[in-house]
Design a protein around this ligand. Structure first.
Ligand code: NAD
Length: 658
């Protein structure tokens, strides 16, 4: 649960990152106090923000008038004035410990006691900045990517003393800024992003200096075999060879072990610093102006892409084993931070964790400094080798044909996966859904707290697959209907919350499946209805009863007897869906709601859900008895004791599902 309600944000430093962060904050409705050393610098920052807002407005990407956004930003050269009323402070001044620690010390004196102090630092230890303040529990890293307006990723970095409440508030703020925050649970040099980037560089360098491949061959394999937007050396040129070198130095100074890359050292010595210098690993027609490097596809034919990513996967395993990052976090960073079309660990799972291990062992044989991470060895020993086995870094719901199951603790995502048939429900899908739900019901709460059902492709589900009935007699159709009823009953009574994430069609059996879920979140394009009568049939999966419970008999009759199709907004007005959001926000919004539910004690949710189901059906007396029994039962749980204790002690509760 978030501790404080953030309304006003101070941004310290208005350079490349600071002005962008201020712009993002103002665009999302926050009042922003922007601070820098001189009014000239601040004025330049305002001009940059105005220019960028104008661009967004022209492209239709800004809902408001740029002037309205600008009116929320004030500038000041006084640090004290900037932070006096701020709930959240984001420091983006020079990357220099003395500059930052002096800012943090002063900010902690001037800012309100509840305010959180975040740094956008790329390399300075958060705990050291925290130690100069009067509130180390409220100091955190908030690492934006350049340019903040376009890049969705934020690494949220926990220092030694950062409290859970500070972490939660920062993550929630990141989401309110329209970003995807990824938690870096320990302040390790390079966080997640730069550690993975450096390992990719390390593998590429070793392969070139070990005469296995040319620079061009590596970049060709990266682009054409892995499908990355840029080759590794191309990316170094783009970022700046000197910048990469100094990030690497800052990381190795803090203990990051790296086998060195003489190719980078040489370029730095020669002043060939990449795109900005007109030459780095490649030559550019105009210094500073991006032009795509020509890398032929054939050049990379001899390069094994598994070898190229092996060290990065090894690093990811280290991050996971040391509880710095989750597999999902690693993949989010690689997708949003580097534009990978798939997450690094999705690659690893599809190539096979075994193949990664083989490449690591071979690399170790040739370049002795490499250690295979114990997690990789353990995964291989236990047979968790990726997609083929049904589990690797991620879960793949082993061998299902019509469903995809992905477990990203605490959420299990069930994807109805017959996109070519608009996810029409057939016998196989019913059986597979039943098997998956039975499996998830038995998962420990620390792994799966909330289940989300969604559809692959263009729809949630267009209904039952009518072709399965064509050959069937009345008894078979009866049995199919009973199976679907059993499935929807099971979902409704499941021991943890289930959310239907609806886009496109949710019709007939598909709608009935959604009705059996606890919450329904729909995108603006969703179409919902029970059109069975128009085919000479009736809803057969309990949907009629569930609809009556939601909207009453009169309205339910109207919908079912006319077979009407509702837009998402109409369904929302009737109380059928809980929330309607733009399609591009559907997944994020659903995830945010699921994560919110996951913060609550799971046994309490299970009992509350059961009693609400009884209340919607049963007699008053039956409901009240169940309620009292539930109340009594919950009093005996460790979680309720913790909840009450935490409330009295004014801190965040830590629930264990016990
Ligand atoms: P920058 O040089 O463009 O901007 C820094 C700004 O801070 C300048 O305007 C400077 O006048 C101001 N400043 C310096 N000392 C100050 C003080 N005492 N009080 C108020 N303002 C002060 O640098 P940048 O690229 O925006 O980087 C800022 C921070 O963000 C650094 O910590 C950097 O490591 C981090 N970062 C940068 C990037 C990037 O790609 N540029 C990405 C992620 C994080």
């Amino acid at each position: 649960m978030a501790g404080i309600q953030v309304k006003e944000i101070a941004v310290i430093g208005s350079g490349t990152m600071g002005h962008g962060i201020a712009e993002v904050a103002a665009m999302n409705g926050f009042k922003v106090h922007l601070n820098d050393l001189t009014l000239d610098i601040l004025q330049r920052a305002l001009n940059n923000i105005r220019w960028s807002l104008g661009n967004l407005h022209r492209k239709g990407q800004l809902r408001e008038n740029p002037d309205d956004v600008m009116s929320r930003i004030s500038i000041t050269t006084s640090l004290e004035d900037a932070v006096r009323n701020a709930d959240f402070i984001i420091e983006a001044a020079f990357e220099d410990f003395n500059v930052k620690s002096s800012i943090f010390k002063r900010v902690s004196e001037y800012a309100p006691p509840h305010a959180i102090l975040a740094s956008n630092t790329s390399s300075i230890p958060i705990s050291e900045l925290a130690s100069v303040t009067n509130r180390p529990d409220k100091v955190i890293g908030m690492h934006f990517f350049n340019p903040p307006v376009l890049m969705k990723l934020i690494e949220v970095v926990r220092g030694d003393k950062t409290s859970d409440e500070t972490v939660n508030t920062t993550i929630e703020l990141g989401r309110r800024l329209g970003k995807e925050p990824v938690l870096v649970n320990k302040d390790v040099p390079g966080f997640i992003s730069n550690r993975l980037f450096m390992r990719l560089i390390e593998a590429a360098c070793l392969m070139v200096t070990g005469n296995e491949a040319t620079i061009e061959a590596i970049d060709s394999a990266a682009r054409f075999k892995l499908g990355l937007p840029m080759g590794v050396f191309e990316l170094i040129d783009f970022v700046g060879v000197d910048v990469v070198n100094s990030i690497l130095k800052a990381m190795t100074n803090r203990g990051f072990e790296f086998s060195g890359c003489r190719l980078i050292d040489e370029k730095v010595k020669e002043g060939k610093l990449g795109l900005k210098a007109g030459e780095g690993f490649y030559k550019y027609p105009e210094a500073g102006k991006y032009s795509r490097v020509n890398v032929p596809k054939e050049a990379g034919e001899g390069v094994n892409p598994v070898r190229l990513i092996a060290l990065a996967v090894n690093e990811a395993a280290w991050l996971i084993r040391n509880k710095v990052a989750s597999a999902v976090g690693v993949d989010t960073v690689t997708k949003l931070g580097f534009g990978f079309p798939r997450g690094l660990l999705e690659y690893a799972d599809s190539y096979g964790v075994g193949s990664i291990m083989v490449e690591l062992i071979k690399l170790r044989g040739k370049y002795s400094s490499i250690e295979v991470d114990p997690l990789i060895m353990q995964m291989v020993a236990e047979g968790n080798i990726g997609v083929k086995a049904g589990s690797g870094f991620h879960e793949y719901g082993g061998g299902y044909e019509t469903i995809k199951l992905t477990i990203e603790p605490p959420i299990a995502w069930i994807t109805l996966n017959r996109p070519e048939k608009l996810n029409a429900i057939n016998g196989k899908m019913i059986n597979e859904l039943m098997a998956i739900i039975n499996r998830l019901e038995a998962e420990p709460f620390d792994k799966v707290k909330v289940i989300v059902i969604r559809g692959a492709g263009k729809a949630f589900s267009a209904g039952a697959d009518l072709t399965m009935f064509s050959e069937e007699g009345p008894t078979d159709a009866y049995l199919t209907s009973r199976m679907l009823q059993e499935l929807t009953n099971k979902l409704e009574a499941l021991n943890r919350p289930v959310i239907a994430m609806i886009h496109g069609y949710a019709l007939g059996g598909g709608f009935e499946l959604a009705l059996a879920c606890d919450l329904r979140i729909a995108s603006e394009d969703a179409v919902l209805g029970l059109p069975e009568v128009t085919l000479g049939l009736i809803p057969g999966s309990g949907g009629a009863k569930r609809l009556i419970r939601l909207i009453g008999l009169g309205k339910a009759k109207e919908l079912i007897l006319t077979g009407a199709r509702l837009t998402a907004r109409e369904a929302e007005e009737l109380g059928i869906v809980n929330r309607v959001v733009p399609i591009n926000e559907l997944e994020n919004e659903t995830k945010a709601i699921a994560l919110k539910l996951a913060e609550e004690p799971p046994i309490t949710l299970m009992i509350a859900k059961g009693i609400l189901n009884i209340a919607s059906e049963g007699s008053m007396e039956g409901t009240l008895t169940a309620e009292s029994m539930g109340f009594g039962l919950l009093f005996s749980t460790k979680d309720s004791k913790e909840g009450i204790k935490a409330f009295l002690e004014k801190r965040q509760p830590k629930y264990q599902g016990k």
